[in-house]
Write a protein of this length. Structure first.
Length: 158
């Protein structure tokens, strides 16, 4: 696709001056400071009235365009907007296919899962990683709670 033509069409199709200004600010900033795709970022512009932070003060902390888009969305909107990610044409970062869990499930969410996420703010993904890893993370967190705050796993009083 002709990037310049796509960009011209994007601006010409945007009649709202505030939206056009937000698009310009966003595209300039992500071009200078991130790996976020323009077409994915353009989805954020539709929500410019809900931005809680100025885009110019966001600088990515993570690597990869998908992670940076998620980070940018949280920064601008104060939440992960699943509908935004479903409509944006996200590309896997150097992978031919989406990763599969041990159950053979791909990274795509089902309609019910998206609705649950929108309602609850989180989603449960069974077998997203091995249970041994979860137990190691649990042990690590308890050791950190003890080290940093004196909270002991076996002592509810702490």
């Amino acid at each position: 696709m002709d990037t310049e033509g796509w960009l011209v069409n994007l601006f010409e199709d945007t009649e709202n001056e505030a939206e056009r200004e937000s698009m310009y600010r966003l595209l300039v900033h992500i071009e200078r400071h991130s790996q976020v795709n323009w077409d994915a970022a353009a989805q954020l512009v539709r929500h410019h009235n809900n931005w809680i932070n100025p885009v110019e003060k966001w600088f990515p902390k993570s690597e990869g365009k998908n992670r940076q888009l998620a980070e940018l969305t949280r920064y601008l909107l104060g939440k992960d907007d699943v509908s935004l990610f479903r409509t944006a044409r996200l590309h896997q970062e150097g992978r031919a296919t989406e990763p599969r869990s041990q159950t053979g499930r791909t990274g795509v969410l089902q309609k019910e899962e998206v609705e649950s996420f929108n309602e609850l703010g989180y989603i449960r993904v069974p077998e997203a990683f091995p249970s041994e890893s979860a137990l190691k993370m649990q042990d690590f967190m308890w050791s950190e709670l003890q080290r940093l705050h004196g909270i002991h796993r076996q002592d509810p009083a702490t």
